[in-house]
Write a protein that binds this ligand. Structure first.
Ligand SMILES: NC(=O)c1ccc[n+]([C@@H]2O[C@H](COP(=O)([O-])OP(=O)(O)OC[C@H]3O[C@@H](n4cnc5c(N)ncnc54)[C@H](OP(=O)(O)O)[C@@H]3O)[C@@H](O)[C@H]2O)c1
Length: 323
């Protein structure tokens, strides 16, 4: 496993971290395999774990808390998230701060996360949604100041909305935010335009999330894929999204070197960017943990292949189903 400095936190984080959304709240879970997968990731050197209160109302946080307890001698960085008070995804500019992140709500949900994770201090507490119209207001800053003063949170971060990488730049300029989590993958390259340069300038930790475009970039979805009704992906991969997503993924197939999978090339594309400090693929299976962590070997993709992959940038804008 390779490690990178996580911006001004100065943490050394594994360049492959662990996305924990699917572990609670998605369908088709095998709890024993999930535990084995998490344990294996730690054995292989993974030390950065991303969860959220909203992942099954604290259940995913509890799973992370147990992992930390099972590994008392190892530093595992725990990143979680505060849902907005109105529980709406994504944030919108018409939502007022008092209905999303007033100080009292930030404190209340951090206390819940501390209990679920069973820790005294959260390494990274993130705003699960964000709108920069709140950046100039004071109440969220008071919440941050109180929790840091009490030693309950070490660093705060923002998880920026899907396909809105610039909706958080003002918040970063406040100096209160030490990390940003953003969708970055072969399709979604737009954080390179403004967000990554600002993070570089301010020395902010960068987490690349959704490296497989929620599954399309593993090459396993087809135009006929159907998700169970109670799985959120049934509302996301509507035909309007699924069909072009599969077409965009299929267009990559001729570029994949022999012996490499689409998932591997997807991770290696992101690893080639030094502006990213850790990638958090969603993983529920042992074989996926082993395959994904194997791509953290310090070997870079060939520059000419990287250039060809860059041509597959696909700029999308938020819409009714994008969440
Ligand atoms: N707003 C936010 O803050 C937000 C939103 C979305 C995600 N996130 C974070 O980002 C993480 C990653 O996003 P995600 O899980 O939604 O999407 P993702 O990482 O793009 O894709 C996850 C999917 O990829 C599959 N997969 C993983 N490794 C694979 C491999 N080597 N080969 C084939 N398939 C593989 C998983 O399989 P299985 O189905 O078998 O597990 C899962 O279906 C989340 O877990 C969460 O921590 C945050």
């Amino acid at each position: 496993m390779q490690y990178r400095r996580f911006g001004r936190t100065n943490w050394k984080v594994s360049d492959i971290g662990y996305g924990m959304w699917g572990l609670a709240g998605w369908t088709g879970n095998d709890q024993q395999e999930i535990e084995r997968s998490l344990d294996r990731s730690v054995e292989l050197g993974c030390n950065f774990f991303d969860t959220a209160w909203a992942y099954a109302a604290g259940k995913s946080e509890e799973i992370l808390g147990s992992l930390v307890k099972r590994n008392p001698g190892k530093k595992l960085y725990c990143a979680t998230k505060i849902p907005a008070k109105n529980f709406k995804w994504p944030a919108k500019s018409e939502y007022l701060l008092k209905d999303t992140y007033p100080a009292s709500h930030i404190v209340e949900y951090t206390e819940k996360s501390l209990t679920n994770l069973n820790v005294d201090c959260i390494d990274l507490q993130q705003f699960h949604v964000w709108d920069d119209s709140w950046a100039d207001q004071d109440d969220w800053k008071k919440g941050i100041e109180k929790l840091k003063k009490e030693g309950k949170v070490q660093h705060f971060g923002i998880s920026v909305n899907r396909w809105e990488p610039d909706n958080g730049l003002k918040a970063l300029e406040t100096g209160l935010i030490d990390a940003v989590q953003v969708i970055y993958n072969i399709f979604d390259q737009n954080p390179e335009d403004n967000l990554f340069p600002l993070c570089r300038k301010l020395d902010i930790g960068v987490i690349a999330r959704v490296p497989f475009d929620e599954g399309t970039l593993t090459g396993t979805l087809t135009k006929d894929t159907v998700f169970p009704k109670n799985d959120w992906r049934s509302t996301y991969f509507v035909p309007e999204n699924l069909i072009p997503s599969v077409e965009h993924a299929d267009a990559l197939r001729p570029l994949i070197p022999k012996g490499m999978t689409m998932a591997e090339i997807a991770l290696r594309f992101i690893l080639a960017n030094d502006d990213v400090h850790t990638i958090i693929p969603g993983m529920r299976k042992l074989k996926n943990v082993e395959a994904n962590i194997a791509s953290s070997d310090g070997k870079r993709l060939d520059e000419s292949l990287l250039m060809k992959l860059k041509e597959h940038r696909w700029d999308r804008t938020p819409t009714g189903w994008s969440q």
